[in-house]
Design a protein. Structure first.
Length: 140
């Protein structure tokens, strides 16, 4: 079985590392079915676009505030390119407008910074449900 691909998009390197470490920590427990992932990191919308087209990730953790474009713009582009992709919006600015707009545009969920392990676990479970559901529907 192939490993799920995760794209981490945040202009702060530490935030990307923190997300990755949390996901890997969860993978080491029995809380997730998945034990291994392929990670890709982007600090700008431009980098994220390239990595998304190249790797077609199964889940994207996407910061709303990026230096070169809005994460909401990327959300729309990613959902157009791969509608089944599980996109988790992240932001330090959890305004009602950001959350509502993200969900309307197709985000699976919204996580407020600083991250909590429970929120990341919930997002990863959404990804697994979608990922494993797709795998059982696709002919092998």
């Amino acid at each position: 079985m192939r490993q799920p691909k995760i794209l981490l998009v945040d202009d702060v390197d530490y935030s990307r590392q923190l997300l990755r470490n949390n996901i890997m920590s969860l993978a080491g427990t029995k809380l997730l079915k998945t034990r291994h992932f392929n990670f890709f990191n982007a600090g700008t919308a431009n980098e994220a676009n390239i990595l998304f087209r190249l790797h077609q990730p199964d889940v994207v953790f996407l910061d709303i505030e990026l230096p070169d474009h809005s994460g909401l713009e990327l959300l729309a582009q990613f959902k157009q390119q791969k509608p089944e992709c599980c996109i988790v919006m992240i932001s330090g600015a959890s305004t009602l407008e950001n959350v509502t707009q993200s969900i309307k545009m197709g985000a699976a969920t919204f996580i407020v910074k600083p991250f909590s392990g429970d929120k990341i676990l919930a997002a990863m479970r959404l990804m697994e449900k979608q990922f494993y559901g797709q795998l059982t529907q696709d002919p092998i």
